[in-house]
Design a protein around this ligand. Structure first.
Ligand code: ACO
Length: 472
């Protein structure tokens, strides 16, 4: 029998499943946050440093009741409940995370707990770790499986989650926490464009977590920013060449996309990144054309690799791309500014924000570019087409229709409570035995939480009950 790939290799692509991509997705974030303006005042930094300088409004954080397993249990359980998907329909389960509580046991294996009643243990996939890139690895592995000869016709589930916390200091306001789950299959409303991914991966120590006993990373902040921007340049250049080699008549530039989404360490870096793509577009023009753009004339000879920290270039191209930022990128920052950097789910929180902020009629038929970056480093630029099919789009949007209400119903905690919560986490992270002290009654309905850790480091979880609907 000829498998889908064999058919493709034989010159026919008709046997491939069509429109493989994201069928449904959901986000989970903790039920408490700290206000970034209040944090500025608490930390004694100048007013505006976190809110304007970084572009952050609120930062979600977890008590010791939550860990990476509970975050992923919650988001998977909610997505399958909301979509009415039976656990037996999942044939692959991939997890991307950099929040490790065990050096051997995968988060995926803990998620198998949810599959017990269905009797389904036939699920490929384990965890992927590479800083903030793991979610993209999980997504690509899932899509690849559906498009492969190993596909058995069932759905894949790509899950990503992290608890992003930094030691006290300049990086602390760029934390956050959350998880995203995505159901992957054919005939999707969000279709990954085939043959148009471009990656850049290399070895660098920009952000890493060498201390196994701590949740905090070691960060070379300027290097991490330079690596992020240079990876963006490289991936975008490669994406454009791939598009050209596939026979695209018009060269790719920012006008090729209705929206451009980025991994978001903090929102200001994303605005600079969109400006960076505008700079790439400018540099790729003929010299004569560049000279003709009056307000950018002084940058005709600018070199990409010499401009990462050039203030004049940055300012000019941020102004130049301001309108495009407002329409193509700013809507996707809604979760990022209100939750913070979630690491692996950050880019997919951006995609959910884009879906939540824009109406179905605006979204229908859009082409969306996405840039994924994980320190260390791994990065990819890829694109998604949004279906024009009203019913597919409406089921996708119905799953995320409660995101805004959930964001607003979170409790604001004082900066001092945020700091003391992190101090509790510092002691709790690898303790055994351990009984968490964080409150359960303030968590969202349906949230999985850590019940206890026994003297063999084994973790037990419970779930906040979901209220019955219509008396059922
Ligand atoms: N009002 C307005 N803006 C202000 C104010 C103020 N009162 N004070 C400072 N700013 C601006 C600064 O001018 C600066 O702007 P710029 O980025 O345009 O230069 C910005 O706020 C940040 O201030 P800095 O003093 O330059 O940097 P800081 O020491 O606060 O650190 C940083 C910021 C580096 C982002 C830190 O939060 C960090 O280390 N984060 C983790 C690393 C990271 O996120 N790297 C990105 C890629 S890797 C990843 O995804 C984890």
């Amino acid at each position: 029998m000829t498998g889908p790939n064999e058919a493709a290799n034989m010159g026919s692509s008709t046997a491939w499943p069509q429109d493989v991509g994201i069928l449904a997705m959901d986000i989970y974030f903790p039920a408490q946050y700290v206000d970034q303006a209040e944090l500025e005042s608490h930390d004694g930094v100048s007013s505006g440093k976190y809110t304007i300088g970084l572009g952050q409004t609120r930062m979600g954080f977890c008590t010791d009741r939550e860990d990476i397993n509970s975050l992923c249990l919650t988001v998977v359980n909610r997505l399958l409940e909301k979509t009415g998907t039976d656990y037996s329909r999942i044939g692959r389960l991939e997890v991307g995370t950099e929040t490790l509580v065990d050096k051997s046991k995968s988060v995926k294996s803990v998620l198998m707990k949810l599959f017990t009643d269905s009797g389904n243990t036939d699920l490929e996939g384990v965890d992927s770790t590479n800083a903030c890139y793991g979610g993209t690895a999980a997504l690509f592995n899932s899509v690849n499986w559906v498009e492969s000869s190993a596909w058995d016709g069932r759905l894949a589930l790509a899950v990503c989650g992290d608890i992003a916390v930094y030691a006290a200091g300049a990086a602390r306001p760029s934390g956050g926490a959350g998880a995203v789950a995505m159901l992957i299959g054919p005939n999707a409303p969000l279709v990954l464009e085939r043959g148009l991914r471009s990656s850049h991966m290399t070895h660098v120590y920009d952000f890493y977590k060498p201390d196994m006993s701590s949740e905090y990373p070691a960060v070379d902040a300027p290097l991490s920013i330079q690596c992020y921007l240079s990876s963006l340049d490289t991936c975008y250049t490669r994406y454009r060449s791939k598009a050209a080699s596939k026979g695209d008549a018009k060269p790719v530039n920012l006008d090729s996309f209705n929206a451009v989404l980025f991994h978001t360490p903090y929102c200001k870096l994303v605005q600079k990144s969109l400006a960076r793509l505008a700079l790439n577009d400018f540099v790729s023009l003929e010299k004569e054309t560049r000279q003709g753009i009056e307000h950018l004339k002084q940058f005709v000879d600018v070199e990409l690799e010499k401009s990462y920290f050039d203030r004049d270039v940055e300012k000019a191209f941020m102004t130049h791309s301001m309108k495009q930022f407002e329409t193509k990128t700013k809507p996707s920052l809604h979760c990022a500014t209100n939750i913070g950097n979630m690491y692996t789910p950050s880019l997919y929180g951006g995609l959910i924000s884009h879906l939540v902020v824009n109406s179905a009629s605006v979204l229908a038929g859009q082409r969306v570019a996405l840039f994924s970056y994980g320190s260390g480093l791994a990065s990819t630029f890829f694109s998604i087409r949004i279906s024009e099919d009203e019913s597919k789009l409406s089921s996708l949007l119905s799953v995320v229709s409660d995101v805004q209400t959930r964001l607003e119903s979170r409790a604001k905690l004082a900066p001092a409570d945020f700091v003391s919560t992190l101090e509790v986490r510092e002691k709790a992270v690898h303790a055994s035995p351990y009984s968490p002290v964080g409150p359960v009654d303030t968590m969202f309905a349906g949230t999985w939480y850590l019940e206890n850790i026994d003297d063999k480091h084994r973790r037990q979880y419970s779930r906040v009950p979901v209220p019955a609907v219509n008396g059922h």
